[in-house]
Structure formats: C-alpha cells, structure tokens
Design a protein around this ligand. Structure first.
Ligand code: 5GP
Length: 174
C-alpha cells in the first residue's frame, strides 16, 4: 500500500452502529418481510453485516449504478445491473448504500424502484456527507454523518482498491 491512510471510523464503532440500525429497521417493519436492495459494489460489506444482524424475515437483491470515476462524481447516473420487477412489486424495500454524497444516486434509485410498485421504499446509508448535497435528499437510516472527506474502506474504493479494509479511512496526501 503506497498511500498513507488514517482511520476515521474503526471496526468496533462500525459494528456497534450497524447492530443499532438493524434493530431500528426491524422495529419499523413490525415483523413484515423486508427486501434489502444493496447498491453494488460499495454497499456490499455494509449490507452483509446489516443482514447478519437483522433478526427477521428478509431477502437480498442487488442493483448496480455508477456515477464516480476516481475521486469525482460525473453527475450522470448509469444503470449497470438492473432489478427485476417481480422481486420488488408489492414488497417492503430498503435500499442500502455505502455513502450519500450529492444525493443523485439515491434520488435516481428511489424513482427507479418506485416504478416497480413496491409496498414501500426506505433508504439506508452507512455514511452521509450532508455538506456535498446537490439534490435534496435525506436517508431514513444513517450510520454516521461525516465531513466533506473522500473516504475509503469497508466497501468504499479508491480506483477499486481498499474495499477490503475493515474500517473507514481517509487517504492522507502528505
Ligand atoms: P452521490 O450520487 O450521492 O453523489 O454518490 C454516491 C456514490 O458516490 C456512492 O455510492 C459512492 O460510490 C460514491 N462516493 C461518494 N463519496 C465517496 C467517498 O468519499 N469515497 C468513495 N470511495 N466513494 C464515494
């Protein structure tokens, strides 16, 4: 690893908060089945731990969109792996994201999923960079609010590297 990195949220803090979110979702759905819709690739690690801590009926679907290249959002959302209508229609959907930045990805996905007539759509993100919003968006479940920093680890990449770190970190440019 060439770059110097600094831990922002350690493994213990992540796992503690994920347990709390899993319980919050379980209580909100009151025993009804939930479909966790994981946004590839970044949300994979978070989705796995969230579901492992979710003590209720649930299933998993995955969708892939892209908007980022390197450290910059291109602003244009492209659907790379779509969902199937039969897996969404009439169901309680929780979209699981790694991070909300401009808000464009979530806004796009909520509208995309609503077209499949789900019973309800909720949004869940591990990290939230509120200061960077371009479109108005508030997630229903937020793990941690963070400053305007480019973060890596626990699914989040820098040009496809660092997803395997078990914590959230920042790259130090000195
Ligand atoms: P938005 O559409 O809200 O601008 O961006 C959401 C997506 O941008 C996230 O799913 C993630 O892939 C990427 N992203 C935003 N901020 C960061 C960041 O700090 N680090 C990394 N690795 N990806 C980010």
């Amino acid at each position: 690893m060439k770059e110097k990195i600094q831990i922002l949220i350690n493994e213990e803090e992540l796992q503690k908060r994920i347990k709390e979110i899993a319980l919050e979702i379980k209580n909100d759905f009151n025993g009804e089945e939930v479909v966790f819709c994981s946004v590839l690739k970044g949300a994979v690690f978070f989705t796995v731990d969230l579901m492992k801590n979710y003590d209720g009926d649930c299933s998993l679907e995955c969708v892939r969109v892209s908007s980022y290249e390197g450290e910059n959002s291109t602003g244009k959302i492209t659907l790379k792996i779509p969902l199937k209508k039969e897996n969404i229609e009439g169901k309680n959907i929780v979209i699981v994201e790694d991070i909300v930045d401009t808000g464009r990805t979530f806004k796009y996905l909520v509208e995309y999923i609503k077209d499949f007539n789900p019973k309800c759509v909720k949004t869940c993100t591990l990290l939230d960079k509120k200061a960077r919003r371009v479109v108005q968006f508030d997630a229903d479940y937020v793990g941690f609010s963070i400053d305007d920093l480019f973060v890596i680890g626990y699914g989040l990449d820098y040009d496809e590297k660092y997803r395997n770190l078990p914590y959230i970190a920042i790259v130090k440019n000195d």
